[in-house]
Design a protein around this ligand. Structure first.
Ligand code: SF4
Length: 214
């Protein structure tokens, strides 16, 4: 039987309540000390673990100490320095290009709206939502691989398309929970609802999950 929207909203609220108990300290695990550093770390995090990104940014944030140093960096040299994050040539271009635009077009201020953020080279909705939520506290959800997988398992979407999922679940989860939800789901995906081997018997939200297995 098809679940009504009202019932989904109710179930989503229960899930958030349980997740808050399970992951009270859930937060962004990328290290940064400025909006621009978060933007760079988020660009690097595509198809890469946060742990690896933090190792790489530790070195590059020491070497390039300002937006201008990233904006006028030698792309080949930067690509070598971020090699271990994968897609190094593309990511180097995105980091240098977006830094240059922020310096030259935005007076050094990382934009605080989706429209301008996604115009920056190499910045998609995921990176933009991360900046909007982490830096500016604007309710938004980062739809990463854990969010895609778990929102499907929870039956809140039947899509793999991040933008579609974002729009669908915005209708279901309370706006005040959006930022925290992403971090809690990421923690849950790493610890319990692990890809290909979900630990349903240890799951605090199993009572609200249609994909639970015994
Ligand atoms: S019950 Fe199983 S499938 Fe559902 S969220 Fe928990 S671990 Fe994942």
């Amino acid at each position: 039987m098809r679940e009504s929207k009202a019932r989904k909203i109710q179930r989503a609220a229960e899930i958030v309540k349980q997740l808050k108990k399970s992951y009270p300290n859930a937060k962004c695990s990328l290290n940064y000390s400025s909006p621009h550093e978060l933007l760079i770390a988020t660009i690097l995090s595509a198809q890469c673990t946060d742990h690896r990104v933090n190792q790489v940014t530790k070195t590059i944030f020491r070497k390039y100490q300002s937006q201008k140093e990233f904006a006028y960096a030698d792309i080949n040299e930067l690509a070598k320095e971020i090699y271990s994050c994968g897609y190094h040539n593309q990511k180097a271009k995105s980091i240098q290009g977006s830094s240059l635009e922020i310096v030259e077009e935005y007076n050094g201020i990382v934009p605080d709206n989706m429209e301008d953020l996604v115009k920056l080279p190499g910045v998609g909705r995921k990176t933009a939502n991360c900046v909007l939520s982490e830096i500016y506290g604007i309710p938004s959800m980062v739809i990463d691989t854990h969010m895609v997988r778990i929102m499907n398992l929870l039956g809140f979407t039947h899509s793999k398309d991040a933008k579609k999922i974002e729009i669908e679940i915005m209708e279901i989860f309370d706006k005040n929970d959006w930022i925290k939800l992403t971090h809690m789901i990421i923690d849950h995906g790493r610890a319990v609802c692990i890809a290909r081997r979900p630990q349903c018997s240890m799951c605090s939200i199993s009572n609200y999950c249609p994909s639970v297995t015994s």
